[in-house]
Design a protein around this ligand. Structure first.
Ligand code: GLA
Length: 731
């Protein structure tokens, strides 16, 4: 893997004289300090007296850069070195170090000691590269920083270059460390879960020792998501408090180590999971780590997630402008499962169009011998019994109704009962002579193999060339097992963990380059592949196979801590749902409107009243979706606390705001709590438009000061009641 070096780089060799300036990346050669500045934060690192890279500061912007002393080592004593007590910017495993290392290497002569010292640097307008070198071997490690000023986000990654004359083996390669100010009483927030219960928020105190969040499953996985937030004193709330947050952009095995050292240094190390990791580098080869993003705010979790959301919309997602609003989607899965055919899909398309759907997606079952989940994966040709004339007539029909057409695929997988597997049994991930454990009756194709990659790319290109497809739902319905790659030398087999993901990214990148209008949804049995790596390549993510609207309030709340509502796909489906629970159709629609809305119900069973309500709701969503998808989110009442859940969105221009409120169960005739809005102009007046008669404070126009301070009261009663209002700023 080669690093593309930007022509923007200017080698800095002169001392920069100091006065606080707005420059994003600056170097002070006298003090050997670098200052990375975003709009509201500063990140400072330096070279200490041993020529080693040291973290100095990360937090609120400090314009008085002259106040910073040069980096210096902490003091040592018998059982601890100076390095061990110092906040090192990128500690390799060597010397006397016992914390979580960022890099661990074995040399062919048996040496496993790596000690990195400053070698050189390059500075661009928003980029810094610092190259370190081992004290005797030609191993060069380049720390790369990119500053996203407007979002208070800094990106870190590392390239490891083997410039020795022998192969080396990288045993751990982390993207970097985020250091917090020394101290106690920090609190960690993270997202955990499993299939049908993804992105649930957990919070716990950070105590001495380590907390590890990770995936060993081959993809990002729903067990944990590669995102964290840490607040000072465990005291932050949605509006107040110091919050440091970060996320890894990697869709394979990843690891975040939240470590509280014996010296009260709280640090977060993140990158490739070093479990079963081994990446040999021949002379001249290099390894790039995932990108690791970090940010800081003093305005609580609400601001932390708003920064992430705008960062994702404007710097991560492929469609980066507000013009790219997500369409209302219909998906056939829960209606038909595998029983798809032309007539049935056309009937659903008719009904979806009646509601106002803009993108019609045919899910699983259209290809090969895919009549259930035992066969067909791998055979990406149209099933001739179900579609005797191919997909063309259905696609034309969908388009004649004014909708775009989308299709479900699961390219990385193969059923043993498929032509592809019968032809290429060696293409799956496996250990020779060992069982091939099936998950959902399927095996994982080894995308690390270039022949598999080329085959999949060609297969998908053929599908897109022959059919007018606007959107792919890209699924992945199992995790890795027996992660062997018998075709390569044993020493190279574990490269699979990394190369699989790189080839997956490459396939998607090539498809997107060839079909620039193609849009993609990332799905892994629900929210199993949501991270900032895949999100550079897809428009949206399937949040969870759990479409129970009440459960979704919790899943979606967690999701929005890390990811923008725009990329959160939410469907309205039928009841009783997953937990045997029934919620009213209105509740289901309003819950689905809190992100990118879709419908996944069996429309063949809907009554005229259902269609009437659905059309009204779809029309309503179209009037507010720009605000939901591109605006600022305020989580007003959490589903974790109390009976009421409420979220508010404010458009970027401040002209519109939307409120959604949900009551789980009323008890003891208790009135629903007052909801105080946020993010509005106290001096402006807003026209209040309600979708129903729930608003008690009836008035056509109210001031921002009133709705934010006095708040609004709603007549929410019984079980699973819900409402929504919009506020339009009066000129
Ligand atoms: C996964 C997805 C579902 C659906 C099925 C089809 O479970 O998450 O939405 O596409 O696969 O088999």
């Amino acid at each position: 893997m080669k690093c593309v070096r930007s022509a923007l780089f200017i080698l800095v060799s002169v001392t920069v004289t100091f006065a606080a300036s707005a420059q994003t990346v600056r170097f002070d050669s006298a003090r050997k300090l670098w200052f990375l500045s975003t709009r509201d934060t500063s990140y400072v690192l330096g070279i200490n007296e041993q020529n080693e890279m040291q973290h100095v500061y990360w937090g609120k912007r400090i314009a008085a850069e002259n106040d910073f002393a040069p980096a210096h080592l902490a003091s040592a004593y018998g059982f601890e070195t100076r390095e061990g007590r110092t906040a090192e910017e990128y500690p390799a495993w060597g010397g006397m170090r016992y914390g979580e290392p960022c890099l661990k290497v074995t040399f062919p002569d048996g040496n496993r000691d790596l000690v990195l010292k400053f070698d050189s640097q390059k500075i661009g307008s928003d980029i810094l590269e610092i190259t370190l070198k081992d004290i005797s071997y030609g191993v060069f490690v380049t720390l790369r920083y990119r500053v996203f000023t407007a979002f208070d986000v800094i990106e870190k990654s590392v390239r490891v270059d083997n410039r020795t004359k022998e192969p080396i083996v990288v045993e751990s390669a982390q993207s970097g460390v985020w250091h917090l100010p020394s101290g106690q009483h920090y609190r960690l927030s993270y997202l955990h879960g499993y299939w049908a219960g993804e992105t649930r928020l957990a919070q716990e105190p950070i105590d001495p020792g380590k907390k590890i969040l990770e995936s060993r499953r081959g993809n990002t996985s729903g067990q944990a998501n590669p995102w964290f937030a840490i607040d000072a004193g465990g005291a932050a709330d949605e509006e107040h408090g110091k919050v440091w947050f970060g996320a890894l952009g990697w869709s394979g095995n990843w690891k975040l180590v939240i470590e509280d050292t014996p010296y009260d240094q709280v640090r977060v190390v993140g990158g490739f999971n070093d479990f079963d990791f081994s990446y040999p580098l021949k002379p001249g080869e290099s390894l790039n780590t995932p990108l690791f993003y970090g940010g800081y705010t003093e305005l609580g979790f609400g601001d932390a997630s708003r920064l992430m959301h705008s960062f994702e919309r404007e710097a991560i997602l492929p469609a980066r402008s507000a013009g790219h609003l997500r369409p209302i989607l219909y998906n056939s899965w829960e209606a038909t499962e595998f029983n798809v055919d032309e007539a049935g899909q056309k009937a659903l398309a008719d009904k979806a169009a009646r509601i106002g759907v803009e993108l019609f997606v045919m899910d699983d079952g259209w290809f090969g011998q895919r009549n259930d989940d035992h066969a067909g994966l791998g055979d990406w040709y149209v099933n001739p019994q179900k579609f005797p004339n191919g997909l063309g007539p259905l696609i034309q029909y969908v388009k004649s109704k004014g909708m775009k057409f989308g299709l479900w695929v699961e390219p990385e997988m193969v059923n043993p009962n498929s032509n592809l597997y019968r032809k290429h049994p060696d293409w799956v991930i496996n250990f020779s002579g060992r069982p091939r454990t099936e998950g959902r009756n399927q095996l994982v194709l080894n995308l690390a193999r270039d022949d598999v990659k080329e085959y999949l790319l060609a297969t998908l290109v053929k599908l897109l060339r022959e059919n007018d497809i606007d959107f792919l739902k890209w699924d992945m319905n199992r995790h890795f097992s027996e992660p062997g790659w018998p075709a390569v030398a044993p020493a190279d087999e574990r490269k699979l963990w990394v190369n699989y993901v790189l080839n997956l990214y490459d396939i998607i990148d090539q498809l997107r380059a060839k079909y620039p209008k193609l849009e993609i949804e990332s799905c892994s049995g629900g929210g199993g592949r949501i991270d900032l790596g895949i999100l550079k390549r897809v428009e949206q993510a399937w949040t969870s196979d759990n479409t129970d609207a009440f459960d979704r309030l919790t899943i979606q709340d967690g999701f929005t801590h890390a990811y923008a509502p725009k990329l959160m796909m939410d469907w309205v489906t039928d009841v009783p749902n997953m937990n045997g629970r029934s919620t009213p159709l209105k509740f289901r629609f309003l819950a689905a409107m809190m992100g990118s809305m879709g419908i996944g119900a069996n429309l063949n069973r809907w009554s005229d009243e259902d269609f009437a309500l659905a059309s009204k709701m779809a029309a309503y969503y179209k009037t507010i979706r720009a605000t939901v998808q591109e605006g600022d989110l305020y989580r007003l009442a959490s589903p974790h606390e109390g009976e009421l859940t409420a979220s508010q969105y404010v458009s970027r221009d401040g002209r519109q705001s939307v409120l959604f409120a949900f009551l789980r169960s009323q008890q003891f005739l208790r009135p629903a709590p007052t909801i105080s809005l946020r993010g509005l102009d106290p001096n402006a007046n807003y026209r209040v438009i309600s979708i129903d008669d729930k608003l008690i404070d009836k008035a056509d126009v109210l001031s921002g000061a009133y709705v934010m301070n006095h708040g609004l009261n709603f007549n929410l009663t019984g079980d699973f009641d819900s409402t929504s209002i919009t506020l339009e700023r009066v000129k």
